[in-house]
Write a protein that binds this ligand. Structure first.
Ligand code: ATP
Length: 302
């Protein structure tokens, strides 16, 4: 079973600054780190690290070759990652000593994905495969509708949250994943509780409190506790959680087991500082085994 991920691929440029710049101010940063980011890429990496087969559908600009290589290093199939003429999606992130941040995001190639190429890629999908998408690319609704028609399970992570984007994709979904703030925003926008959404499975993540799974057909809500950890960096917990959840489902786990796996992965993620990502010039190409072979996989968690 393959996870097809129509998702963003971003270059994150993280600048350490004495304080967040005020309007009109020019400020010298004290450190710079650059790495692979974007909700889509994060989920692909997480699912691949969990041992799932992942094919990424997305796009990078002329400057994005190193990001594709980085995804490949993690075992993600990048055959269907498109190359565009303009810049890749990227984020300029200023972080001060109190961990306050200010982010400027340029979607770039992530919003310039060729739908025909996505359709051609999904022609290779088989019934039982899984499509996931988030709200950082174009063509989410078209891809979800096409995948559903081909018998794929369709999942959507409702971030960055936009009520209109969720409303448009809802009719095509089997699984909706959102955090509790997004769940509240969606309920307010649609005037309905998440229990009444027209989606078979809804997962609401609750940070350190774990998550709730709502099986809307039976109208039941199940809670899964998160392991207790000392949180040092919560960035990307949601993407890691969703990647592992989908990997678990694609490997045949039932929802409760897949949620337990995802919760453990999310807790591990927040309990560690993000590993510094290497930029291309520093990247080694020694042909060593990939992260998938060496890294945490499903067996470590289940
Ligand atoms: P982010 O936007 O920071 O990536 P999110 O808001 O989408 O995160 P969260 O609900 O914060 O998602 O976290 C996702 C999952 O990760 C939680 O359901 C939980 O299983 C795990 N998790 C997050 N924070 C903690 C924590 N402090 N301790 C243990 N587990 C956590």
């Amino acid at each position: 079973m393959t996870i097809w991920n129509l998702g963003s691929i971003n270059a994150d440029h993280v600048y350490s600054v004495p304080h967040i710049p005020t309007p009109g101010e020019t400020l010298a940063a004290t450190a710079l780190s650059r790495g692979l980011g974007g909700k889509g890429a994060n989920m692909s990496v997480a699912a691949a690290r969990a041992g799932a087969r992942v094919a990424h559908l997305g796009a990078v600009g002329a400057d994005g070759g190193w990001m594709v290589e980085r995804l490949r290093d993690h075992g993600v199939d990048c055959t269907h990652v498109q190359r565009r003429d303009g810049p890749s999606g990227h984020a300029i992130i200023a972080v001060d000593a109190q961990a306050e941040n200010a982010i400027t995001l340029w979607p770039g190639a992530n919003r310039d994905i060729d739908l025909d190429a996505v359709k051609q890629a999904l022609d290779r999908a088989v019934s039982g495969d899984l499509l996931v998408t988030q709200n950082e690319t174009n063509s989410q609704v078209e891809a979800a509708a096409l995948a559903r028609a081909r018998g794929l399970t369709v999942a959507y992570a409702a971030a960055p949250f936009e009520a209109g984007a969720v409303r448009a994709v809802l009719p095509h979904l089997d699984l909706l994943v959102l955090n509790e703030v997004e769940a509240r925003q969606l309920s307010e926008a649609l005037g309905t509780s998440v229990e009444d959404l027209p989606v078979p499975h809804v997962v609401v993540t609750l940070g350190a409190q774990g998550c709730d799974w709502i099986d809307t057909a039976s109208g039941t809500r199940h809670h899964v506790d998160a392991p207790r950890v000392a949180a040092v960096d919560t960035t990307g917990a949601g993407d890691t959680f969703t990647g592992y959840l989908l990997a678990g489902l694609s490997e045949g786990l039932q929802m409760p087991e897949a949620l337990t796996l995802a919760s453990r992965a999310g807790a591990l993620k927040v309990g560690r500082h993000a590993r510094p990502m290497r930029f291309p010039r520093e990247r080694r190409s020694s042909g060593r085994p990939s992260e998938v072979a060496r890294g945490t996989n499903m067996q470590d968690f289940v």
